[in-house]
Design a protein around this ligand. Structure first.
Ligand SMILES: Cc1ncc(COP(=O)(O)O)c(C=O)c1O
Length: 364
C-alpha cells in the first residue's frame, strides 16, 4: 500500500484526531435533518420558503442587500467575476497567485468566460496596499481571499483591508471577497461579518469549511448584482430543481457552529504553540489567525510519514491524514480545528507531542 494511503488509514483508526469535525460520512446529512419537518415543501428552481428564507438570513448576517444560494463556490465566484467584467467591459481580474480560481478550477474563468488574471504579490506573501496601488493593468475586479488558505490562512491588517477597499472604490475597481473561511476569521479581526463585508462589493461564503456542512455557497451583494447572478446560475446548470438537502444542512451547521469560531481560533493558537515547540517544526503563520495553519517540517516527507505512523499507533493521536512534499528535505501539512480537538484529553496530547519531539530530535 502507498505510504500516503497507509497514513490516511492509520489516521482514520486513531482514537483522537486534532483536526476537523469527524468523518465526512452520510451521518452529516442525517444529523442535520433530525428536527426538520418532513411536510415542508421543497424549493423549486430557486423559489420557495426553504431557499428564500436561508438567502435572506445569510444576506442579513453579511450585511448585504441580497444573496443567492449556489451548489458550489467555484460556480458562484466565476459568475461574480464575469458580472463585474461585463459591467466594466474589461475582461481582467486581479488576485493572488495561489487564488482558488488560478490553481484549483481548471482555468474555468479563462476558458468559460475569457477573463484574464492579473497576479498580485508573490506566492508566499499576502497582497498589500502597494500591490494594488502600483498595479498598471486596468482590471474590473480585485479578489481578496480572507484568510489566504494556501499560505496557512494568513490575514492582512484590518487597516490594510480598509485602505485597499477605499483605493478600489476610488479607481472604479470592484472588490470581491473569497470568504470561503470568512466565519473563521471573525474572532481574529474582532469584527462582525457585516463590518468586513461592507468593504466589499460582492462576497462568497462556504458552508462546508469551518461550519462542516455538506456543500454549498452563498453569493451576496446588491440586488441588481444578485439578480444577474441568478440568470448566470441558470446558464451554468446550477439552478437544481431542489437544493434543499444542501440548504437544510447548511442552515443546521451554521447555527450549530457559528458561535464556536472563537473556540476553534483559541485552540488553533494552542496547538500551533505545541507544534512550534518541537524540533524542526514551524507553523505558518507562527500564531494562527483563524482555525487553520500550516505545519512545516524540515524532514523528508517519507521520514515524516513513517514517524507519524508510529506516533499514531503508540499514542492514538492523529495529526494529519496527508503530508505534502516541498522539496526532498522538507514537507508540510494543513491543520484546521473543528469539534474534534476539544475532546482530546490534555495528558494524551502532551504525551504525543513529547514523543514527537523526542523522535524529531533523534532524526536531526
Ligand atoms: C478559498 C476557496 N475558494 C473557493 C473554493 C471553492 O469552493 P467549492 O468547493 O464550493 O467550489 C474553495 C474550496 O476549497 C476554497 O478553499
Amino acid at each position: 500500500m502507498a505510504k500516503q494511503n497507509r497514513l490516511l488509514d492509520a489516521f482514520k483508526q486513531t482514537k483522537y484526531q486534532v483536526i476537523g469535525h469527524g468523518s465526512r460520512n452520510v451521518q452529516t446529512l442525517i444529523d442535520s435533518l433530525q428536527t426538520v419537518d418532513g411536510q415542508q415543501d421543497s424549493d423549486v428552481y430557486g423559489k420557495g420558503a426553504i431557499i428564500e428564507g436561508f438567502q435572506t438570513k445569510i444576506a442579513q448576517f453579511l450585511g448585504k442587500e441580497d444573496a443567492v444560494f449556489f451548489p458550489s463556490g467555484t460556480m458562484a465566484q466565476q459568475i461574480a467575476l464575469r458580472i463585474w467584467c461585463d459591467q466594466k467591459g474589461i475582461g481582467k481580474v486581479a488576485y493572488h497567485p495561489l487564488c482558488h480560481l488560478e490553481i484549483h478550477e481548471e482555468d474555468g474563468l479563462k476558458t468559460l468566460h475569457s477573463i484574464e488574471s492579473v497576479l498580485l504579490a508573490d506566492r508566499d506573501r499576502l497582497i498589500e496596499f502597494e500591490d494594488v496601488l502600483e498595479m498598471d493593468e486596468d482590471v474590473s475586479c480585485l479578489l481578496l481571499e480572507l484568510p489566504q488558505r494556501e499560505i496557512g490562512g494568513q490575514l492582512p491588517d484590518y487597516e490594510t483591508l480598509e485602505s485597499i477597499s477605499a483605493l478600489c472604490r476610488e479607481k472604479g475597481i470592484k472588490l470581491h471577497l473569497d470568504g470561503a473561511r470568512l466565519f473563521e476569521i471573525l474572532p481574529h479581526y474582532q469584527k462582525t461579518a457585516a463590518e468586513i463585508c461592507d468593504l466589499f462589493d460582492s462576497v462568497y461564503v462556504s458552508f462546508y469549511k469551518g461550519l462542516g456542512g455538506i456543500a454549498g455557497a452563498i453569493l451576496a451583494g446588491d440586488t441588481a448584482f444578485i439578480q444577474e447572478s441568478i440568470v448566470w446560475k441558470r446558464r451554468h446548470g446550477g439552478d437544481l430543481i431542489s437544493l434543499y438537502p444542501y440548504i437544510l444542512s447548511a442552515d443546521y451547521y451554521f447555527h450549530l457552529r457559528i458561535n464556536k469560531m472563537e473556540q476553534y481560533y483559541v485552540e488553533a493558537k494552542e496547538l500551533a504553540g505545541m507544534f512550534n515547540r518541537c524540533h524542526a517544526v514551524s507553523t505558518k503563520p507562527v500564531i494562527p489567525m483563524s482555525n487553520m495553519f500550516h505545519v512545516h517540517m524540515e524532514l523528508p516527507k517519507e521520514k515524516v510519514e513513517a514517524l507519524f505512523l508510529e506516533l499514531y499507533e503508540s499514542t492514538g493521536i492523529g495529526l494529519t491524514s496527508s503530508v505534502r512534499e516541498i522539496d526532498d528535505q522538507s514537507c508540510y501539512f494543513e491543520v484546521s480545528i473543528g469539534d474534534q480537538y476539544g475532546s482530546i484529553p490534555k495528558e494524551t496530547l502532551d504525551r504525543a507531542f513529547n514523543l514527537l519531539d523526542v523522535r524529531l530530535a533523534a532524526e536531526h
